[in-house]
Design a protein around this ligand. Structure first.
Ligand code: PBG
Length: 327
């Protein structure tokens, strides 16, 4: 055959394949989600997320040391309070579990960059992401609470805040609140395109945050929609978001790609609890090879256009990068 083009030519050796890779990944872009629980001496495994734990503040060194050894120096904090009420008051309490965790990490692990999830569902007795008016979440009233939560995190020492509530106008309102308090350099990573997803199931078990009635469909997005995601991102950009996020990741690679193509801001993708649980369960059953699937799925998210990856597999991925398996 007299072939002019032979794409296989560039696949003839590992060295060559690595040279022509189109997607490069790095540990700098990994963020590890971390659950901090009220109480003492607690390290409890999350049943639906084998290998993931809830830690009390005093036991944080157990995971922080692992993260630092792996070269993962960014965390996304979630709090699980002992006490929940209708307005999620523990979420903005100076002595709340996240606020104490932030101070602990700042003191003992100054090299770690702390992002906090700003939401109410882990803190409210009804499990919804805001203040209720009857059975629905009151958007504008919730904004005031979200601002209080974000400010309390930043005052405790958080470097970045990540609102995940999906209320309208929250980015603009939070930016203004942070600026007025003098925190002009604290970035906001907006959960911009956050879908109402069954992939959050294991997280809700981990955080005890399943809604007591109804669902989150009146604030999180319908997964049939694409243009709506672009609209949400556009609004967050206009309101002053510094980083925009798409969540979940694997079933939403098309959205990640489109957001990355249309916007100049860094794009984060959150590979959520259900994605982790599926890989864990199938590998445990011996149906798939965990390591290879973790590498392939992570790279697919970057290839789709993500600059930042939030993943429960951050420590393993950092090792795979060191070992040259991806990168
Ligand atoms: C809080 C929040 C959730 C997740 C991140 N922030 C749960 C939800 O919206 O129900 C999910 C993360 C995961 O599944 O790993 N609103």
């Amino acid at each position: 055959m007299d072939l002019l083009y032979r794409p296989r030519r560039l696949r003839t050796s590992d060295t060559l394949r690595k040279m022509v890779r189109e997607t490069r990944v790095s540990k700098e872009s990994l963020i590890y989600p971390l659950f901090v629980v009220d109480g003492k001496e607690i390290v409890e495994e999350i049943p639906s997320m084998e290998g993931q734990y809830r830690y009390s503040v005093d036991r944080l060194p157990q995971i922080m040391d692992q993260l630092i050894n792996a070269g993962v120096v960014k965390v996304l904090l979630f709090g699980i309070p002992a006490h929940k009420d209708a307005c999620g008051s523990q979420a903005y309490d100076e002595e709340g579990v996240v606020q104490r965790a932030i101070r602990f990490i700042r003191e003992h692990y100054p090299m770690v960059y702390i992002v906090t999830d700003v939401c109410m569902c882990e803190y409210t007795s009804h499990g919804h992401c805001g203040i209720l008016d009857g059975e629905s979440v009151d958007n504008d009233k919730t904004l005031e609470y979200l601002n209080m939560i974000a400010l309390s995190h930043v005052k405790a020492g958080a470097h970045m805040v990540a609102p995940s509530d999906m209320m309208d106008g929250r980015i603009g309102s939070m930016r203004q609140a942070l600026d007025e308090a003098g925190f002009v350099n604290v970035p906001i990573m907006a959960y911009s395109a956050k879908y109402s997803s069954a992939f959050y199931g294991p997280f809700r078990e981990a955080a005890g945050s399943a809604p007591a009635f109804g669902d989150r469909k009146s604030y999180q997005m319908d997964y049939h929609n694409r243009k709506e995601a672009l609209k949400e991102v556009e609004l967050d950009v206009a309101e002053g978001a510094d980083i925009v996020m798409v969540k979940p990741a694997l079933s939403y690679l098309d959205i990640i790609r489109e957001v990355a193509d249309r916007h100049d801001l860094p794009v984060a993708a959150y590979s959520v609890s259900g994605e982790y649980a599926m890989i864990k369960a199938a590998s445990k059953a011996g149906f798939i090879e965990e390591e290879k699937i973790v590498c392939e799925t992570a790279v697919s998210i970057y290839r789709a256009g993500a600059d930042i990856l939030i993943t429960y597999y951050a420590i393993e991925l950092a090792r795979f990068m060191d070992e040259g398996k991806i990168g």
